[in-house]
Structure formats: C-alpha cells, structure tokens
Design a protein around this ligand. Structure first.
Ligand code: NAD
Length: 250
C-alpha cells in the first residue's frame, strides 16, 4: 500500500547522503510522494532528488535561516507542484560544547538553523496549507531536548531542540482548526554523518549501554516515523512528540 500516493512534500536538510532527511525522502518517494529536497548546496540537493525512486522530484538550494529564501522557495514549489501537503523540517546543526564554552555566535548559529529555520519554513507554507485546509508538518527535535544534552550536542543544541517541542505544540494548537497537523520527532542516537566518527570505542559502549534495545538507530527507523506522521495513518495525531530512541528514556 502506498501511503502518500498523489501527495507532495518539502524536506529541509535532505541532501546529506546518510542523513535523516534523505532517508525520509526515499521512503516518501517509495510511497508515491513527489518530493522537494532543500539544502544549502544546490548540486547536493539536485543529486539527492535525482537519487529518489520515481519521477518529478526536485532539489533546491535553501538556507532555512533566511526568511526571504524560505518564502521564495515555498512560492516556487507551490507553483511547480500545484500543492504542498507535507513539510518535514529536518535541517539542523550541532556543536559539542560545554555550557561555559558557548559564545554568542555559537548560540546564534545553533538556534538559527534548528529553531528559526523551523519557524521560517513553516510560516512560508502555512498560508498555502490553510487555503487547502490540510497539511502535515513534522519537526525534528532530539532526545537532547528531553534529557538535557548528550555526547554530540551542547546545551544550546538542547535548548534549540526543546524550543522545537514548544513551537510544535503551540503551532499544532493554532492550526488544528485549519485541518493542519504538526508533530515533533525526538530521535535518540542515530547513525548518520552528524554522529559518524565522533565516538571512541569507550564512548560508544557507554552510549549503547543506555539504550535498552542495544543498538544505534538507523535513518530508516526515523524515516518510518516521518512517514507515519506525514500520512493519514496519523490523522488524529497532533502536537505530539514521538520518541524514536530504542527505549533510551525508559
Ligand atoms: P546531517 O548533518 O546528516 O544532515 C543535516 C542537513 O542539514 C545537512 O544536509 C546540512 O547541509 C543541512 N543544513 C544545515 N544547515 C542548513 C541550513 N541553514 N539550511 C538548510 N539546510 C541546512 O544530520 P542528521 O543526522 O541527518 O540530522 C538531521 C536532523 O535530525 C537534525 O536536525 C539533527 O539535529 C536531528 N537529530 C539527529 C540525531 C542523530 O543521532 N543523527 C539525533 C537527534 C536529532
């Protein structure tokens, strides 16, 4: 069964070859969705779109911290696709800093991409979704928001990802009467480029010890959750934070 047949989606931060955005894009395309991949580099976004199964996918350069750029790309894609049903805000960065190491620029950079980008891209598409009286927005938070940090993200990353939870719930409340749903995913330790090569064997053993399922997550584990939240299978789910963490918080 194709869960997204005839639907269209925008996925930000989707060009990283082993990343969560690319995996979601592949799964969406396998389920009949036409996908627009947005990322910083136009060639990388084009290539990621070209890799997807099926036809009609596009890649676009977009810096999600730039409001004008988000608005221009959203308008362009609404006109190219005719409709946008799904927005998945995945673009994110992290910095492994301790509390006292965070400089103002670090704080701005991490909050800008993760939190401001989620706001700007959602604002750019909401008028269109309101006109159509439907849509699903999926925002990428993190277990770092719930647990207060981790090996990869500093306190400013935790703050940004916790901000995404608040933003998602407030957005979900406001747009529910318009038929639009908004949910957040909190991945645990997922093996992608953001985590690759950053663990010593000792750190890795320590991380795995805290995961009842005893393994790192895969990008496909998170993509499956994106698919659920994007599709009508989750038609009565909004304002939720969904854990994809192998039981890390049990
Ligand atoms: P990744 O680094 O592989 O991919 C992130 C993508 O975002 C990259 O392609 C990057 O170019 C893009 N990006 C960065 N800044 C951007 C900007 N200003 N505008 C547009 N695109 C931009 O990371 P990933 O592991 O795939 O993580 C994806 C998301 O999931 C991030 O928000 C991350 O914080 C979150 N997350 C990841 C994990 C994990 O363990 N991998 C865990 C929890 C949450």
């Amino acid at each position: 069964m194709k869960l997204l047949r005839g639907k269209t989606a925008i996925i930000t931060g989707g060009a990283s070859p082993r990343g969560l955005g690319k995996a979601a894009a592949v799964m969406f395309a396998q389920h009949g969705c036409r996908v627009a991949i947005l990322d910083l580099d136009a060639d990388a976004a084009d290539q990621a779109a070209a890799d997807l199964p099926g036809a009609g996918h596009v890649g676009r350069a977009c810096d999600v911290t730039n409001k004008e750029s988000c608005e221009a790309i959203a308008a362009d894609l609404v006109s190219a696709f005719g409709q946008i049903d799904i927005l998945v805000n995945i673009a994110g960065i992290t910095q492994p800093l301790k509390f006292m190491e965070i400089e103002p620029q670090n704080y701005d950079d991490v909050l800008d991409v993760n939190l401001r980008g989620t706001l700007y891209m959602s604002q750019a598409l909401l008028p269109h979704m309101r006109d159509r009286k439907g849509g699903s927005i999926v925002n990428m938070s993190s277990v770092s928001a719930q647990r207060g940090g981790g090996i990869f993200g500093g306190p400013h990353y935790s703050a940004a990802k916790a901000g995404i939870l608040g933003l998602t719930k407030a957005m979900a409340r406001e747009v529910a009467p318009d038929g639009i749903r908004a949910n957040a995913i909190c991945p645990g330790f997922i093996a992608t480029d953001i985590t690759a090569g950053k663990l010593t064997n000792e750190m890795r053993a320590q991380v795995l010890d805290g995961i009842p399922m005893g393994r790192a997550g895969t990008a496909q584990d998170v993509a499956g959750c994106c698919l659920f939240l994007a599709s009508d299978l989750s038609s009565y789910v909004t304002g939720s934070e969904v854990d994809v963490n192998g039981g890390s918080l049990i």
